[in-house]
Design a protein around this ligand. Structure first.
Ligand code: AMP
Ligand code: MG
Length: 533
């Protein structure tokens, strides 16, 4: 039976690169970068006492290719997240145990017993255009393990070529690996749904990007790395059975409540739309810009995934484009919520072989709009310390945001300082209102905000505590990451590790007044972040 087609408001654009739909690629493409000659990794006799589940293997050979990581020479530690290690139930000495040799294993040079490494295949829309088959081009699933926090998948990113590497070298450079590692843990610290990162290891292996850099491997952790693109792939290749198996797998392991719905695939769409709406509100409230919201970078669990040319807003600019490669601004900050909906349409389209009635699919993702709007309103109210809902609140907040956009006020600093607002009539609030050049605005808005706070008998000290738990002192601004990367490239990892500690605890008062919480330096304006990683 032919799948019904959704009338996409944001229909995919015919691609000049429309792929031939032949399903899996079984041969490696030509390499365009440093070949390596190291031997196959050996399986060690012991490792952490995890129960390896390797559930993804059961999906079928259309879904993946089993292959070993490709070793790197002379690996060394760059940084480790002990918070992520705790999530996995690892003991405190996990990295130091000579019998486990975690450094070699998490660099792709050895395996722990129970690991069954594989690369999965997916497709996707990149910058709105159908890109055909992609897949784990440089990520390897090591398997899934039982942990105190449920089943978690472990992945190495940068562990060498796979059948899905296309023209890529399968490697990741130290620069981008530190960015992914720090941002994963920073997002978790901010309370934003994200994949986690256990560690980064480095190697002197040369990797060619715009210039010669060195290789690194990030160990990523998540309950699932399945992306919208996995579904898009099987809507095009291998027939509806492979798609159905993938949907059943995701429902059984991650959304079991969908199993009893009249059409499980519709229920799945709805819950994914809800999760996606929540994570979008989390991003927008904190000023996070992903940079490459292609459908292959959209998690089926609503996690932030694939940290590349991301950025946190310095100045509040709704049109901010963090990815230098995104010349059209498709993924500009203020467009992220509507792009997420576009991506949900692409997911819905891919599930049509299992749904039949297009309206059911469209209705399911419709929930995205009210959930996103409600979540965003709730978060903005919390950012402003408003405990009750009163007429005029939306206008008051909108007025502030418009002025911030007009004056390019620093997003993080403004909301952090707003926590210290004194609501007494005529009080001096220059430490926050002085961030604006427009004196008239400062005076009028402060007056209106003070009145609004008094109208709900807001207690300044209590409100301050609550606002400081929602408005971080520190986010991973580009210049902070850049300073840590420059030192690391010179062999000094102290700044990566120091920054990790700060970012894991971003609401702590101790950061107020430090350089980490300060305005970006002038040189930060010249940092260009692109897809090159
Ligand atoms: P990204 O833009 O990082 O989400 O990557 C898009 C696709 O390209 C994914 O399928 C990646 O696995 C693949 N890819 C990116 N960089 C490389 C690389 N250096 N080697 C192999 N594949 C890559
Ligand atoms: Mg990606």
């Amino acid at each position: 039976m032919a799948a019904a087609t959704l009338a996409l408001k944001c229909a995919s654009v015919a691609s000049p690169h429309e792929p031939t739909r032949t399903g899996r690629v079984n041969t490696l493409p030509a390499m365009n970068s440093t070949p390596h000659t190291a031997a196959e990794p050996q399986t060690l006799s012991t490792g952490p006492a995890w129960n390896w589940r390797n559930r993804f293997l059961a999906l079928g050979t259309e879904h993946h290719t089993e292959l070993a990581p490709q070793p790197v020479p002379a690996p060394h530690w760059v940084a480790r997240s002990e918070s992520c290690a705790e999530l996995l139930g690892l003991p405190a000495d996990w990295a130091d145990r000579s019998d486990w040799n975690a450094l070699e294993v998490l660099s792709g040079n050895a395996l722990w017993p129970g690991m069954r490494p594989l690369a999965s295949v997916y497709s996707g829309h990149q910058f709105g255009v159908w890109a055909g088959q992609l897949g784990d081009g440089r990520a390897l699933w090591l398997g899934e393990i039982d942990t105190p926090s449920g089943v978690q998948e472990l992945q190495l990113k940068g562990a060498g070529q796979t059948p899905y590497s296309r023209t890529g070298d399968g490697r990741a450079v130290l620069r981008s690996s530190i960015r992914e590692f720090l941002c994963s843990e920073a997002m978790h610290g901010l309370g934003i749904a994200t994949t986690r990162a256990l560690c980064v290891t480095g190697s002197p292996l040369p990797v060619l990007r715009e210039q010669l850099e060195t290789a690194a491997v990030v160990t990523r952790v998540a309950p699932s790395f399945i992306r919208f693109g996995h579904f898009e792939h099987f809507a095009q290749a291998d027939g509806p059975e492979a798609l159905r198996r993938l949907v059943d797998f995701v429902i059984d392991h991650h959304y079991p409540e969908c199993r009893v719905a009249p059409v499980p695939a519709v229920a799945l769409l709805k819950v994914v739309a809800m999760r996606t709406a929540e994570v979008m509100a989390q991003w927008q409230a904190v000023g996070f810009c992903h940079g490459v919201m292609n459908t292959d970078n959209m998690s089926i669990l609503g996690l932030t995934i694939d940290y590349g040319p991301f950025g946190f807003l310095d100045a509040y600019d709704p049109g901010h484009i963090c990815n230098h490669t995104d010349r059209q601004g498709r993924y500009a900050f203020s467009r992220q919520p509507s792009v997420a909906l576009w991506n949900l349409h692409a997911l819905a389209q891919s599930l049509m072989p299992l749904i039949v009635n297009a309206n059911d699919a469209l209705d399911a993702i419709e929930i995205y709009k009210p959930i996103y709007a409600d979540e965003m309103r709730r978060r903005l109210r919390a950012k402003c310390g408003l405990a009750t809902t009163q007429p005029g609140d939306a206008g008051l907040i909108d007025w502030l945001l418009k002025q911030m956009a007009y004056e390019r006020t620093d997003h993080t600093i403004l909301f952090r300082r707003l926590a210290g607002f004194n609501s007494a009539e005529g009080a001096d609030n220059s430490s926050v209102m002085g961030l604006f050049k427009d004196r008239k605005f400062s005076e009028l808005w402060a007056k209106a905000y003070g009145e609004r706070l008094r109208a709900e008998d807001s207690v300044d000290a209590e409100r301050c505590v609550a606002m400081k738990l929602t408005n971080p002192a520190v986010v991973l601004r580009n210049h902070l990451a850049e300073a840590a990367i420059r030192k690391a490239q010179a062999g000094d990892f102290s700044e990566v590790n120091r920054l990790l500690g700060v970012l894991q605890d971003p609401f702590n008062d101790a950061h107020d007044g430090t350089a980490d919480a300060d305005f970006p330096p002038d040189w930060a304006q010249h940092i260009e972040v692109s897809c090159s990683s």
